[in-house]
Design a protein around this ligand. Structure first.
Ligand code: CTP
Ligand code: MG
Length: 238
């Protein structure tokens, strides 16, 4: 079955601070999005990459992709994104050609995911799992709290989930195409925003499985993450 990677890259990057849309910021001199596209194209399983660009940035993103050579076996498409990540992924799914049976969804903000992680996700889907997420055990203990009314106010703790049972999920998340399309069509209607795609499949009542993630698949969210990403890249190039 042909596999495509949808890369939501339409976010502004508010938490990273002022500047260009996050996906277009430089990492080692190259836009973060290009690293993410290359990470997907590095997998021999991926034959199409669909980039979901900032709403007014599709021509610029198309130009960037034309400029940075991808492997010859990889096609790419650029579509404009929406106001939320969920909407952006949905717009990417709408652009998929008929013959795509497996879909990866990968954050442009995870530019350094190793190809072995990508391949492990694809393999688990091809082996029959309708939804697969790479994830890692947590370093920090997690508390559920009653969120404070105002910033800085103490928050009452409600519970402490057993850390050994928790996983921090990454991308690429992999799906049987029909399952993900159905999840987007049905869950989009229930109003509750989902923070990841597998969560929408869970709401359909379908099984989701976890495979090992990778430390280098971390998301560039805040300025410190960019420092780490630059260091990882420098180490790879050394
Ligand atoms: N994303 C998207 N469309 C949106 C919002 C987010 O395609 N409307 C993408 C981002 O470009 C990113 C991924 O979803 O690759 C993960 O989102 P996040 O890390 O939250 O990125 P931003 O939304 O850009 O950052 P912030 O929340 O700090 O503004
Ligand atoms: Mg966001």
């Amino acid at each position: 079955p042909r596999t495509a990677a949808v890369i939501p890259a339409a976010g502004r990057g508010i938490r990273l601070g002022p500047g260009a849309p996050k996906a277009l910021r430089a990492l080692g001199g190259t836009p973060m999005l290009i690293h993410a596209v290359r990470a997907m194209a590095a997998s021999r399983a991926v034959s199409l990459v669909v980039v979901v660009a900032p709403p007014d940035g599709a021509p610029e993103v198309k130009h960037l992709l034309d400029e940075h050579a991808l492997p010859e076996r990889t096609d790419y498409l650029v579509v404009p994104g929406g106001d939320t990540r969920q909407e952006s992924v949905g717009l990417g799914l709408d652009a998929l050609p008929e013959d795509i049976a497996v879909v990866l969804v990968h954050d442009a903000a995870r530019p350094l995911v190793p190809v072995d992680t990508v391949d492990a996700v694809v393999e688990a889907v091809r082996n029959g799992a309708p939804a697969v997420v790479p994830a890692l055990p947590l370093a920090d203990t997690v508390k559920e709290v009653e969120p404070a009314g105002a910033a800085g106010e103490p928050e009452p703790v409600l519970s402490t989930p057993v850390r050994a049972r928790l996983r921090a999920v990454q991308t690429p998340q992999g799906f049987d195409r029909d399952t993900l399309v159905r999840a987007h069509a049905e869950v989009a209607l229930d109003g509750e925003g989902a923070t990841d795609d597998a969560g929408m499949v869970e709401r359909l009542g379908k099984p989701v499985v976890v495979v090992p993630g990778h430390e280098e698949a971390f998301k560039v969210t805040r300025p410190l993450d960019l420092v780490l990403a630059e260091a990882v890249l420098a180490r790879r190039r050394a």
